[in-house]
Design a protein around this ligand. Sequence first.
Ligand code: SF4
Length: 179
Amino acid sequence: MNGKVSNNKDYQPAHEYSCAQELVNNLPYIAMTVLGAAIFIVGFEDPVWGWIAAIAYVIYSVAGAFWIMIFLCPYCPRWNGRTCPCGYGRIAAKLREKKDGGHFKEKFKKHIPVIVPLWFIPILFGAGLVVRSFSWPLLILLVVFALDAFVVLPLFSTKHSCVNCAQRDSCPWMGCKGQ
Ligand code: SF4
């Protein structure tokens, strides 16, 4: 954390999230996982390979969430508190002890790329298949996946969760948006 005090008019004090709010905030990521898996099931001609790819994608998605909890959340001031919008911070506290928050920015840059392929693998796979052999169900799934992954999920982060975050001035994601 760089210690700057935000002067952005959108900044709000830390908000405490109920379990129901945490669940709602996780829904776009859960939807992305389900839609991504569905793209593999619908896209593969051989249903066995479709299910194998779908299960692998779901495992990657769940493992990615735990990766963030283990390697990023311990550096966040929201670790082990109700101010984490998705509840990862409280789970993280059961997995690892608190770490030096001064390394948050560095850890964010290092560990976020681990989960980024989740946004692109279903799109690349599905788009290739739609071009090769057009299918309406696959195209509709792709569009809904893209809307969720690239519109709804970022909106939840930047307009709902990040707006209350004490870490926003040191966050590379929010920093880029503010430039
Ligand atoms: S706000 Fe983000 S980095 Fe911080 S504890 Fe929650 S999920 Fe982890």
